[in-house]
Design a protein around this ligand. Sequence first.
Ligand code: SF4
Ligand code: SF4
Ligand code: SF4
Length: 159
Amino acid sequence: MADLAKRRLFSRGQTIALVELPWRDKSVSFTDVCTRCGECVSACETQIIVKGDGGFPTLDFNQGEGECSFCQQCAAVCPEPLFDLSQPEPWQLKAQIKDTCLANQKVYCRSCGEHCDSQAISFKPGISSVPIITAADCSGCGACLSVCPVQAIVLGQPK
Ligand code: SF4
Ligand code: SF4
Ligand code: SF4
């Protein structure tokens, strides 16, 4: 079976879903090993893990608290060898701003910056300047995704 857990971002209307879990062991084919038991769905403290395509766990940043707290509960409760908590980072994903950001239309927003606890989002001086992500400061928590009114932020591999 194809490894559906390869990074894949998609948007279904208001859904911001990511077929990925933190600390996933990339050497293991997720869909071959995951039994779809749902233990991680129940354990997620911010309630962002849902059953997605084929019943496999998927992150939906429009659910629950809309961000990953990196509590490690998903990895801790999973009965299968799908996670590697010895990795220095839960994942390499960083927030990225798409061209549809309202600032490109000279509309004032800054909602993303107001919700980033890591202060990884800054704005050039000016009323409607485009947000800038400082990748080194971004944990990839996803808190900025669901608060964007036009879904102009995604999590992706750094370019
Ligand atoms: S680390 Fe915690 S908050 Fe993040 S997806 Fe896993 S269970 Fe949910
Ligand atoms: S707990 Fe593990 S095996 Fe069960 S659905 Fe989640 S990732 Fe798959
Ligand atoms: S993903 Fe989290 S840390 Fe990164 S810019 Fe968004 S809110 Fe800030």
